[in-house]
Design a protein. Sequence first.
Length: 450
Amino acid sequence: MPRRARTNESPSDWLSSARSRCEPYTGQETWSGLSSDVVRRVLPSGLRVLIKEVYPASVVSVAFWIGVGALHETDEEAGVSHFVEHMLFKGSRARPPGALTREIHALGGYVNAFTSFESTCLWCVVPSRHLPAVLDALAETVLNPLFEPAETEREIGVILDEMRMRQDRPEAWCTENLLKLAFPRHPYGRPVIGLEPVLRSMEPSRLRRHHQAHYVAQNIAVVVVGDVQAEPTCQRIQDLLAGLAPGPIRPEPPQPVLPQEGLRRLDLEQDLSSAHLQMLFPLPGLFSPGALACDLVSSVLGDGRSSRLSRRLRERQGLVTRVGCSAFLERGPGFLLLDCTLPPENLDLVEAGIFEELEALRRGGPTPREMQKARNRAQSAFVFNQETVEGIGRTLGHFEMLGDHTLADLYVRQLAGIRGEEVLEACRLYLRRERCSVVRNRPPRVGAAS
């Protein structure tokens, strides 16, 4: 009988246990530490400021991270976090619609934003001599969005068009349906962009309530990376955001994950030239013991041409044109996602082959060579993501939103110390057929009704 998965620890407990695990590790570690020279200040209002001085060029990355995303929404609010993100560009007290983008571009920089399950982020990269002007522009935008009725109505149409465009991307459409299948009545089962009935009824008053509830000092981190002086920059941020309400932070709504007692399956048909097969296995959250072993599981299975699934399905059998695997680990529940592009006539063979490889991994675990390669690839991918000020800032902000920016360094060091037995245990716990959800997206069958 498989052992039960252990529950999430708190970020502080995880940090403590992670540090104790990392101390005895004596392998070939070359990671010098992303967070070792970060200046972190918690202002009297509760606002967090993280500044890292690096000088690859005279540029600076500035990001405002807000701890609210799709996970914090009820069904009746689905999409409001993403909608507010859009409205940050649609006018503030000091700037008319579109002015923020024009202003940043005129300074020689670029600006964008995104919303995820966990957070919302407004970020830009500019020449460092323009840092004071950029801090002023982003702070004013975050503090004072207008949510004008005409702009809100116009943006409803923009977001609905964005939603329809997702259905024209077969892989994204497949993933959206897979999450809905695997996580019924959980926020993962709703697209971050929201639900159409909610979006059509969106009003400025709802957007303002969301902004007032979540865009508060204790729920925001400002991350600045690049050619910057930490102390004067921190003081400048404190002065600009003095009017930010301190809180409190609204708690997340209940997020039940329904127990799964058997394989779930959904078949889709679209006007495609190739088929898409995706398979999902629920995982524990990042702060659960053993969760990071799942990162190495995903690498052994589907990271690169020498991974198990690529060698079998693509190199030897020629059944797929692409195969990959990734682990999604956040504070809440995680999942492992397998993704293939293939000729539609190979769907049954490929699905059977994947289950055979999963069973082989559950029985015997990875080889020592596979373990070392998986560690190397995971660590290299992490380091390569820090080649730019934007990449460094995004990593620091992501882990700060998870609970502590120093989690970034511990993540890398923990990966280096994971043993093959831990990976084998993770495979046996989580890669069981009855825990799997499968979506197959294929061209219409010949002779099928339209």
